[in-house]
Design a protein around this ligand. Structure first.
Ligand SMILES: [Fe+2]
Ligand SMILES: [Fe+2]
Length: 273
């Protein structure tokens, strides 16, 4: 028994500023062609859902147009970011509620043969004790199932004991809290987005898969290159015996847009490292 899941990420869709919407239509066709059992969007569904319900509704309509079962996790452009990072759109209750109203739940648990899939809201995880309690319960009750986490931000850039605080990975404090929930048994897989780079590696006993973005890349002038700066999506195969395979679907026909050269989206670019 195999469950096939298409992971798509970082579409940055908008009705008012459809700068990246043109990249999504070919991906919709490619994903439909593979007939996955489920599609998981790992965040930054919208260009500016942190301030625009219209952008979130527009992204939801685009996902519905797939005609497939789908789930989504919020990204920093959907619900804001950790206040410790000093951005203009801090996570707050209003932004999280807007996602729930326009898109759906902030997290999910989905059991498939051999596996428990947990959708973790990396954006609200620090601020929301109720959310943390739900995730802790999902981890503790997984039984013999292996756990795959789907989330917007990667849990770390390199190692689980990294202390760096920057724009890209989960901050050290919520990371430590999440790892405490797991105890000795770590998740088998963490599939994330946010970095707009493709990366697939095993570290600290966990397979870390960073899905490439669909909307755009972040040029080398503003972001270090730690993976591959391409556009595309990832097809996961979860087997009932607890094994897992992942296949990258490159989309080389899509224009490799560099957000640093498109100030109409988020304003003048600054270094994000
Ligand atoms: Fe993004
Ligand atoms: Fe992001």
């Amino acid at each position: 028994m195999i469950t096939r899941i298409a992971q798509i990420s970082d579409t940055h869709l908008s009705k008012g500023k459809p700068l990246f919407d043109g990249n999504f239509a070919p991906v919709q066709d490619a994903v439909r062609h593979t007939k996955p059992d489920l599609v998981i969007h790992t965040g930054d569904l919208s260009l500016d859902g942190a301030d625009s319900a219209e952008d979130l509704r527009h992204g939801t309509a685009a996902m519905d147009a797939l005609g497939l079962d789908w789930l989504a996790l919020p990204g920093n452009h959907d619900v804001g970011d950790d206040a410790a990072l000093g951005g203009k759109q801090p996570i707050n209750a209003e932004r999280l509620a807007r996602w729930e109203d326009c898109v759906g739940p902030l997290h999910f648990t989905r059991d498939i043969p051999g596996w428990r899939l947990i959708g973790l809201d990396t954006q609200g995880f620090s601020a929301n004790p109720a959310h943390r309690a739900i995730i802790a319960k999902a981890i503790a009750s997984a039984g013999a199932r292996r756990i795959a986490l789907f989330q917007h931000k990667p849990i770390t850039q390199e190692a689980l004991d990294d202390t760096a605080v920057n724009y890209w990975p989960l901050l050290p404090s919520p990371r430590a809290e999440l790892l405490t929930m797991f105890g000795e048994a770590r998740p088998a897989l963490i599939a994330s987005g946010h970095v707009h780079q493709w990366r697939d590696r095993v570290a600290d006993g966990i397979r870390h898969i960073w899905a490439p973005a669909i909307g755009f890349i972040v040029g080398d002038a503003w972001q270090h290159r730690v993976g591959e700066k391409i556009l595309g999506w990832v097809e996961h195969e979860f087997h009932a015996d607890g094994t897992h395979q992942a296949k990258l679907h490159r989309m080389p026909a899509l224009p490799l847009l560099d957000i640093g050269e498109i100030p109409a989206a988020y304003g003048p670019m600054r270094s994000l490292d």
